[in-house]
Design a protein around this ligand. Structure first.
Ligand SMILES: [Zn+2]
Length: 235
């Protein structure tokens, strides 16, 4: 096999690794974003419960004030009862007192419901605080790790590129330009192989004459369909 082909094969191997590492560099920030989102969600649901708890307590207070005001009325009416002269007036006032008692009984039930919900919310807040703490520490623990991973990958990629570029210096510029264009435009695959007499890059059937030339390896053969460099076998 001619030297150019050997070098191109090695360059492709490096570009394969660079491609894999690039994919990781792109996916790692997403991992980090998921952790940030988890924390945000935990914070939001905690805040929601806290808000509901606050509203619940305000509501309870209002109901208690209402009960007190009804009780004051009841006491006032009871005093008035003593001074009443006619039976009709007595009945009217008495039914008003009964009505207020009923009202307060309904409000009492509502307060009990609110207290039950308050207790539920307290439990929820406890659990949500725990969840938020967990999300927070998970983010903290991974943030640095992920950032370091990205830095390491980027350094690796730089080193691989340097190695590849050094190799590239030994290739004629015309071929190199073609290689670079293929890497850029053909899904990072410039050098492919004869896969059962088909181009492994695009699947196009290779002509018999070309199959022989590819196996000889004395010159660079390009796929007639996708333009990639076809070699006999990539070890
Ligand atoms: Zn092809």
């Amino acid at each position: 096999m001619i030297k150019d082909l050997e070098i191109l094969i090695e360059m492709q191997k490096l570009d394969d690794v660079i491609g894999e590492k690039n994919k990781l560099v792109k996916s790692l920030p997403k991992e980090l974003n998921t952790l940030i989102e988890n924390l945000e969600k935990a914070e939001q649901s905690l805040q929601k419960s806290k808000n509901e708890l606050k509203a619940n307590k305000n509501y309870q207070k209002k109901k208690e004030v209402l009960i007190q005001s009804n009780e004051d009325k009841i006491n006032k009416y009871k005093d008035q009862l003593l001074a009443i002269k006619t039976n009709k007036e007595y009945k009217a006032l008495n039914s008003e007192i009964t009505h207020l008692f009923k009202k307060n009984s309904v409000i009492d039930d509502e307060i009990i419901d609110l207290m039950e919900r308050e207790s539920e919310l307290q439990d929820m807040i406890k659990a949500e605080k725990h969840k938020q703490k967990e999300a927070e520490s998970e983010l903290k623990a991974n943030e640095e790790k992920i950032k370091q991973k990205i830095t390491t990958l980027k350094n690796d990629i730089d080193a691989l590129r340097e190695k590849r570029n050094k190799m590239a210096k030994n290739i004629p510029i015309k071929i190199l330009k073609r290689y670079a264009a293929l890497i850029k435009n053909k899904n990072r695959k410039a050098v492919v192989y004869n896969d059962n007499n088909n181009c492994s890059g695009c699947g196009y059937q290779i002509r018999p004459q070309m199959i022989i030339e590819i196996s000889e390896g004395n010159k660079i053969i390009y796929c007639e369909n996708c333009g990639r460099i076809i070699v006999d076998k990539i070890n």
